[in-house]
Design a protein around this ligand. Structure first.
Ligand SMILES: [Zn+2]
Ligand SMILES: [Zn+2]
Length: 248
């Protein structure tokens, strides 16, 4: 666990990042990594906010298993609700499955994606709707940015005061298309993870929307958080490439 900016700390795990956002008086967990990370996330939260501290809520940028995996057990231990965009709820409550990964798409991540489940966790009644136009539970200084494309109800969270962007998988800060860049975790603003992105036209529009925010910080689901990356994000939006086997 490492503080990136006031009120934001990252919990990196092998596959994905979770974030502790807020202060001792009021904080939330944004994303919950793969299943089995609940102890690690709880320990990090107790180191940051004190023993026995509980968040106001768990917020999910989207429902993929590497972001929602440990949300259920944490919600049970903490006794808090989990919120995701209404369009993600069918996937998080066992009513619908994400489309299968596009294993014909290019890149390193595609080659390992066949080992990942396309299903995700069933959070049942623990999952509630995050209404994008309303205040975010537990995060008064932040706003929800709808960023469909990677998944239908993907959201990012933005703090206008210091232009801090929690991007989920709408953009990543590592190149998952490259084995060596992934291993080195080289910082780079990149398109959403290729095989798991369902609508590339929407994904491109979401990258454009995020670029228009000119974020000072970009903290994504995958990669090391980056500062002063607004120009790089604008270049990604201006030169957006869909995978070669996809029309967009
Ligand atoms: Zn994802
Ligand atoms: Zn992810």
């Amino acid at each position: 666990m490492r503080e990136i900016a006031p009120g934001v700390a990252v919990i990196p795990t092998l596959i994905a990042n979770a974030y502790l956002v807020g202060d001792r008086a009021s904080w939330v967990l944004v994303d919950a990594c793969t299943p089995g990370n609940e102890s690690r996330i709880r320990r990090a939260a107790e180191r940051r906010f004190g023993r026995g501290s509980r968040p106001r809520a768990i917020l999910l940028t989207h429902g993929h298993f590497d972001h929602a995996g440990s949300a259920g057990p944490l919600a049970d231990v903490w006794g808090v609700p989990i919120y995701a965009h209404p369009l993600e709820l069918p996937y998080l409550t066992g009513r619908s499955n994400y489309p299968p990964f596009d294993l014909k798409s290019p890149g390193f991540f595609t080659r390992i994606a066949k080992f990942f489940p396309t299903g995700t966790v069933d959070l049942g009644t623990r999952a509630g709707a995050l209404e994008p136009k309303r205040a975010i539970p537990g995060l008064p200084d932040w706003e929800t940015i709808e960023t469909a494309g990677h998944t239908p109800g993907h959201v990012a969270f933005f703090r206008r005061g210091d232009a801090f962007l929690l991007a989920g998988d709408a953009v990543t800060t590592m190149n998952l298309d490259s084995f060596w860049d992934t291993v080195a975790r080289r910082k780079q603003v990149c398109r959403p993870p290729v095989p798991a992105t369902s609508n590339w036209g929407n994904a491109r529009r979401s990258v454009e929307r995020l670029a228009s925010l000119r974020p000072l910080w970009i903290a994504s689901g995958h990669g090391v958080p980056m500062r002063d990356a607004a120009d790089e994000l604008s270049r990604l939006a201006d030169n957006f490439h869909c995978p070669e086997n996809v029309q967009c």
